[in-house]
Design a binder for this molecule. Structure first.
Ligand code: ATP
Ligand code: MG
Length: 551
């Protein structure tokens, strides 16, 4: 993997731990809940956890944190594995938190036996009221002082399915007056009669995140358990669980700021809503901030890793501009993607003085910034397509493209001059007639006249029809207010589909091939909709950004 990450506070902690001999080897983990597809925020966490382990020759586990049977699914498990691999990382061990259910259950019994946990009959609502507030201490549950024997019996009955969902919970017995609300006898087990994607119907008793997560980390000998800032207040509980459950290994929880980005949403719950309610065409819709969506849009693993490296890790939450991600894909594709010409909104041009049956082949570099990519030949003949926007009948000043009487350069070909405009009955321009000057052929060193405009084109007879999909942001941030839900801010114009033409040598492109279309930006061949009969291109990003990138 590429060179080292810049220094940050997590790296410093690890270097200290290795220096003082607290750990000989570090073990990190990436612990997604399989309740949706991974997004770019997860990519930040993946790059961080795997990156640190790579750098310090440690290990990283991929662990599915599957303790909530209702929302989890094997489809998500498979997609997560695929996305982590695609990003370029290999996990050392693959685990499911649900594989530890027996172990967790035993540790809960240990807590009960130590008088550190009790079965409580209060409803969820009552537990919330009893908990108190930041200003008010909580009130002890009337069930708090049940005997150890009674707790053991009741807990076993909970496991055996003798109670309904919500009828009883197991709570840690800590301190109802603690200034930290998480320490006021948190619920550590709840009843859920639901089929689990992994353990099926074996359990109807499931551990809560705050109990399960520290145990999972300790069981796997994780040294540094990196999570996002909202868990900072949970750290005392994390440490309490590890200690009171008498785990041999003591992982350290470290929090960092989660990634948030402009013009999108970054939560599996919200992304699932966009999918389920048909705002997008699946989790891998090219407008989605999911890893699978970014992949289909045409982002590369390198661009995402470089982005993650650049944003770094910090302790304060902030929003990253989406244009920063775009910067990294342009950088990555600049020398890799072949340049080609595509017409998104075609206008037919007839070159009236060009022989009717002649076709000549013209030379073009595949990438002028990377000559190693070689040359190709493109056909030229009497009829070509240009962009509608490259012609104006009555142009404003400083319009240097085609208009009646004006001469422009056709990229890789000749100078042409517009002589006649053909319109339909309604006055719409349907075709323009031009003449070319054979002396001006590209590459022959013609210098007698200069023209100000260069436009792109494709040969009409040989062009291949193609569909172009242009994207705008999915969420209009400027519409977001406290009164509106994110669904009300979904951009109704986030997708525009155009039918145009590409050069004939694009005949054999395949899904995920990437190109730079002259003047239009970088495009990716859509892997879902492209068939032998139809090529679909997704625009990854246009050529220029207004974003100021400090480097
Ligand atoms: P979501 O709300 O999108 O479901 P989550 O935090 O619940 O996010 P998990 O599946 O629990 O998702 O996350 C797996 C790992 O990815 C966790 O360690 C979590 O901290 C990290 N993670 C999730 N979202 C982000 C983000 N936006 N930025 C950085 N790390 C994130
Ligand atoms: Mg979650």
């Amino acid at each position: 993997m590429e060179n080292h990450t810049p220094s940050n506070f997590i790296k410093n902690i690890i270097m200290d731990d290795l220096k003082t001999g607290k750990h000989k080897e570090i073990i990190t983990r990436f612990p997604p809940e399989p309740n949706g597809y991974l997004h770019i925020g997860h990519a930040k966490s993946i790059c961080l956890n795997f990156g640190l382990a790579d750098e310090f020759k440690g290990k990283t586990n991929l662990r599915f944190d599957d303790t909530n049977p209702v929302k989890e699914d094997t489809e998500y498990v498979e997609s997560i594995k695929e996305d982590v691999k695609w990003l370029g990382f290999e996990w050392d061990d693959l685990y499911f938190a649900s594989d530890y259910f027996d172990e967790m259950y035993k540790r809960a019994i240990l807590l009960i036996k130590k008088g550190k946990a009790y079965v409580c009959d209060l409803s969820a609502e009552e537990i919330r009221t009893y908990r108190g507030t930041l200003k008010q201490p909580g009130k002890e549950s009337p069930y708090r002082n049940r005997s150890i024997e009674e707790n053991l019996t009741l807990f076993e009955k909970m496991k055996d399915g003798e109670f309904k969902d919500g009828e009883k919970v197991l709570r840690a017995k800590i301190d109802m007056a603690s200034p930290n609300l998480n320490m006021r006898d948190p619920v550590i087990y709840r009843i859920a009669h639901a089929t689990h994607h992994n353990t099926q119907d074996k359990w109807c008793l499931y551990p809560m995140y705050d109990f399960a997560h520290p145990l999972e980390d300790a069981i796997e000998d994780i040294t540094h358990s990196i999570c996002t800032l909202e868990f900072e207040d949970h750290r005392p509980l994390y440490d309490w669980v590890v200690k009171e459950c008498e785990m041999e290994s003591t992982p350290q929880q470290i929090e960092f700021a989660r990634l948030d980005m402009t013009n999108t949403v970054m939560s599996k719950r919200k992304l699932k809503q966009l999918v389920d309610e048909g705002y997008v065409d699946g989790w891998d819709d090219p407008r989605m901030p999911t890893i699978s969506g970014l992949r289909r849009r045409g982002f590369t693993p390198e661009s995402i890793r470089n982005f993650a490296k650049e944003i770094g890790v910090s302790k304060s939450n902030s929003k990253v501009d989406y244009q920063m991600l775009e910067h990294f894909i342009r950088e990555d594709l600049k020398l890799k993607a072949p340049r080609t010409m595509g017409i998104l909104r075609p206008l037919k041009v007839v070159i009236t003085n060009y022989p009717a049956d002649e076709v000549e082949m013209l030379d073009a570099e595949n990438n002028p910034e990377n000559l190693e990519m070689g040359m190709r030949q493109i056909p030229f003949s009497r009829e070509i397509y240009i962009e509608q926007e490259d012609f104006m009948e009555n142009p404003p000043k400083k319009y240097f493209r085609l208009f009646p009487g004006n001469e422009v350069r056709l990229k890789h070909a000749y100078f042409i001059t517009c002589n006649e405009v053909i319109k339909d009955e309604d006055g719409n321009v349907i075709e323009i007639h031009c003449t070319y000057d054979a002396k001006t052929k590209s590459g022959t060193g013609f210098t007698e006249r200069k023209v100000k405009g260069t436009i792109h084109w494709v040969d009409a007879k040989n062009a291949i029809p193609a569909e172009f999909r242009l994207y705008e942001p999915l969420i209009l941030d400027e519409d977001l207010t406290d009164e509106k839900t994110f669904l009300e801010c979904v951009n109704p114009n986030s997708l525009e589909i155009l039918n145009g033409f590409v050069e004939p040598n694009m005949k054999n492109v395949k899904g995920q091939d990437k190109f730079q279309f002259f003047r239009h930006g970088y495009f990716n061949v859509d892997s879902k909709y492209t068939t032998n009969e139809r090529i679909v291109f997704n625009r990854i990003v246009s050529l220029k950004s207004s974003f100021k990138f400090n480097k």
